[in-house]
Design a protein around this ligand. Structure first.
Ligand code: GLV
Length: 333
């Protein structure tokens, strides 16, 4: 079979392609190419859905970015040869994991390699929000006159304040470690108690979510997006937070009810927010765009060169393991 752009695909079910839904760093692509026919979408533009549905036909593996929805329609379009969906992310809410399981398709992710980059970004948002750095940057760029003054853009320091970590997984812990270095105290809420060693190391106290929200100076979200965590922070939860507190989200947008967040920020019932992710990405709620008290980043959590290379390499390793009949290092539970 020859593709529209002239490449030959091997048709045997045992030799189907590895379809890659976006640009990957070269070393990962090379690793895949050394063993398999690879069909990458080589553009910064999102792959059109129709194109993706067409390309996946007969694929044995899909390497997906968080911008792609892996649903039953895509899985059906791929067909029964599909063995693995390797998501290039730690979060895998874009993949219908039960539907994959039903079809015997393994799902893998890329944990570990993006922990530090994402925790760095969470800490950056804590600092940006609490020290009003976005406002400061905008002021300088605006060309408006400014001068040092005792009252110019006063924020809040972190020393002695409390960081409430929602979800004490790898990224939550790494963020907490950074916050400790800034003199913060740590509380956390999670489904199960953390390892005693970790708790001791961080001096972290486990609290029910409501209590964490009511007592933290900064709340940082680090839980996965699941049906249980969708809108985990809504109007009711925001109402519990201190009027001097900040909310930071580097997890997934839908964990926060954005409409309720806009209302809380407008009413001044919380002091500010730092967001890297959005409910309907890449759309940003227009109410957020109008508010000076919120820092808005375009989903940059894992965006360092070395992290993205490592994520792609993980995904390639997972694909290679499954296609050679082995166990991938990072199956999604
Ligand atoms: C990125 O958002 C990830 O989940 O890795």
């Amino acid at each position: 079979m020859t593709t529209t752009d002239g490449r030959t695909l091997v048709e045997s079910p045992d030799n189907g392609t590895v379809v890659v839904t976006g640009r990957l760093p070269q070393p990962a692509l090379e690793a895949l190419r050394a063993a398999h026919q690879v069909d990458p979408w080589d553009s910064e533009e999102l792959i059109p859905r129709e194109e993706l549905l067409r390309r996946v036909r007969g694929a044995r593996a899909l390497v997906t970015l968080v911008t792609e929805r892996v649903d039953t329609a895509l899985l059906d379009a791929a067909g029964p040869q599909l063995r693995v969906v390797a998501n290039v992310a730690v979060g895998h809410d874009n993949v219908d994991v039960p539907a994959c399981r039903e079809r015997g398709v393994m799902v893998t992710n890329t944990p570990g390699v993006l922990t530090d980059a994402t925790a760095d970004l969470a800490m950056a948002l804590v600092l940006m929000a609490s020290r009003r750095l976005g406002e400061g940057e905008r002021l300088v760029r605006s060309g408006q006159p400014w001068r040092w003054s005792m009252s110019l853009l006063l924020g809040r320091g972190l020393q002695g304040r409390t960081l409430g970590v929602v979800g004490l997984g790898e990224i939550g812990r790494a963020t907490a470690r950074r916050a400790r270095a800034f003199g913060m105290r740590i509380t956390y809420s999670s489904r199960s108690p953390a390892d005693p060693g970790v708790v001791e190391d961080l001096g972290a106290r486990r609290l029910p979510l409501e209590e964490l929200l009511a007592t933290a100076d900064v709340v940082s979200l680090h839980c996965p997006l699941t049906p249980e965590t969708r809108h985990l922070v809504g109007a009711e939860q925001l109402a519990l937070m201190r009027s001097t507190a900040y909310l930071v989200n580097t997890a997934r947008g839908p964990v926060v009810d954005e409409e309720a967040l806009v209302d809380a920020l407008r009413a001044g019932s919380i002091a500010g927010a730092g967001l890297d992710v959005y409910e309907d990405e890449p759309r940003v709620h227009p109410g957020l765009l109008e508010l000076d008290t919120v820092v808005l980043l375009p989903h940059l959590g894992s965006a360092t060169e070395e992290t993205r290379c490592a994520m792609a390499e993980r995904a390639a390793t997972n694909v290679l393991a499954v296609l050679s009949g082995g166990q991938p290092p990072n199956p999604v539970a």
